[in-house]
Design a protein around this ligand. Sequence first.
Ligand code: UDP
Ligand code: MG
Length: 311
Amino acid sequence: MKLLSAIVPCYNEEENVRDFYEEFRKNDAFFQEKGIAYEILYVDDGSTDATCAIVEELHNKDERVKLLSFTRNFGKEAAIFAGLQHAKGDYVATMDADLQDPPSLLPEMFSFIETGEYDSVATRRVNRKGEPPVRSFFARRFYHLINKMSRTEIVDGARDFRLMTRRFVDSVLEIGEYNRFSKGIFSWVGYKTKWLEFANVERKKGETKWSFWKLFVYAIDGIIAFSTTPLAIASFIGVLFCVLAFIFIIVIIVRAAIFGDPTSGWPSLVCIILLVSGVQLFCLGILGQYLSKTYLEVKKRPVYLLKDRVE
Ligand code: UDP
Ligand code: MG
């Protein structure tokens, strides 16, 4: 009998974990027919509410429900990583607890894996219904930008909802980096991926855990993790300014030789100094981003720490 593991990262999802379980169980008949057993692996990302207690309660009734509990909030990426490390399944699915990744899609996803042609079935939402327009706008710009900058394809609207084969998961686990950007990592490992599209589902209960600022930082992290183009841009700006400076020098020398040298350059000088120092700081900032990521990588701190494990 083959085993399917569903990884569900949870951060203060007390209102959703039970609903998720109920919803997931609606696929029972399908899994039974296919001869597949499953485990639901909730990864508690340092919740401060009753999430853990409810999962333990579910576990006491149904042994297929399992729990990994972090010592504090390490972020969704860490939760997905922990889940992948502990999942025992021949097939592994990652899905959100808030039912925005509908478990009812699993049978269709499985039908593609079953053919043996694909090693991962990924999902993308075709619209962003119910999301604040500002957030949608910046999300679109982000995907446009990162795809221009990175050779790894990052699909617009891609969710972290994915069904993978064991060898795909093992490949993902070989990437031991600290700054994890799953959307990029899943694409980077290769294999053949089938994309399924679905209309956006709004969060059932509770609040989104991603503020605009948190998403912005996540976007920058994604770009830094999958592209070195910003560094190239910094060098390019440097060269551009040197060329401009040379042209100005020649113009000024020629002008002074022909018309003399009236000293009236104070305002323009201030503007130039401000501009150039601004550009320098900007480029230094880009450099700093890469340096800080390197610093975090070399420290080799664990991606997460486990407090509790219920199996
Ligand atoms: N999540 C997590 N750790 C965090 C933030 C979120 O494990 O620090 C989980 C959250 O519980 C949910 C999933 O990641 O299951 C997606 O989060 P959310 O629904 O808040 O994000 P959105 O769907 O709004 O992008
Ligand atoms: Mg959500």
